[in-house]
Design a protein around this ligand. Structure first.
Ligand SMILES: [Fe+2]
Length: 214
């Protein structure tokens, strides 16, 4: 049975959630990670917590938890579990999917950060044009994919785009439900593709690079 699509949804009640407090990953080595985030990226080491027991669960797992501060007072944080083990990448998710993006104020700042990273020998992808913002991509020493983004669209444009988000997601959900039925019936095996393509220039570029079929 198809779930009802919400077309005139009421605004959700406001939540007192203000901003990112911190996002935490596993670090292979605290000093290697500190060098990258503090010396190269420019985020100061600001806080450290060390303990033998995990406060939330009570389990025994000695750790060094350390935080780097962003300009807005939020943090990116890491756990060194004292074993020199890196977090394994997700076995069923492409490397570019799971990532964290930090916002810069301008395109010149984005270009300057790209040059700064490259001067330290870090491989950088981009500048990539996402229309509403532009980004560069790179990996930290732990295999965490990072993105730096400079917003291009203003608040008005973002507000305008937000008015179509639910309609588009509902359309996707309805097609997904049909795809699940078709898959259960053995009619399809491939993943579902979006109906709309917001980035036709990327496909055109990829096809041009392939060149004529030999
Ligand atoms: Fe992103």
């Amino acid at each position: 049975m198809t779930s009802p699509l919400k077309t005139d949804r009421p605004a959700p009640p406001p939540a007192p959630i203000q901003q990112l407090h911190h996002y935490a990953y596993r670090a292979k080595d605290a000093e290697e990670t500190r060098h990258f985030y503090e010396d190269i990226l420019g985020l100061p080491l600001y806080h450290i917590i060390q303990s033998d027991y995990v406060p939330s669960t009570g389990e025994y797992c000695p750790y060094t938890h350390f935080f780097f501060r962003l300009q807005d007072g939020s943090f990116i944080a890491f756990f060194d579990l004292g074993d020199d083990q890196a977090a394994a990448p997700s076995p069923n998710t492409p490397l570019w999917v799971n990532h964290i993006a930090f916002r810069l104020n301008s395109l010149p700042e984005l270009e300057a950060m790209k040059a700064r990273l490259q001067a330290h020998g870090i491989e950088v992808i981009g500048v990539t044009d996402h229309h509403i913002f532009k980004s560069i991509y790179f990996f930290d020493p732990n295999g965490v994919r990072l993105e730096l983004s400079a917003q291009v669209a203003d608040e008005f444009q973002m507000l305008k785009e937000s008015t179509t988000a639910h309609t588009r997601l509902n359309e996707w959900t309805a097609r997904k439900e049909q795809w699940r039925r078709d898959r259960a019936a053995g009619k399809v095996a491939a993943p579902l593709k979006p109906q709309q393509n917001d980035r036709p220039e990327v496909a055109a570029r990829a096809n041009a690079q392939k060149g004529p079929a030999s």
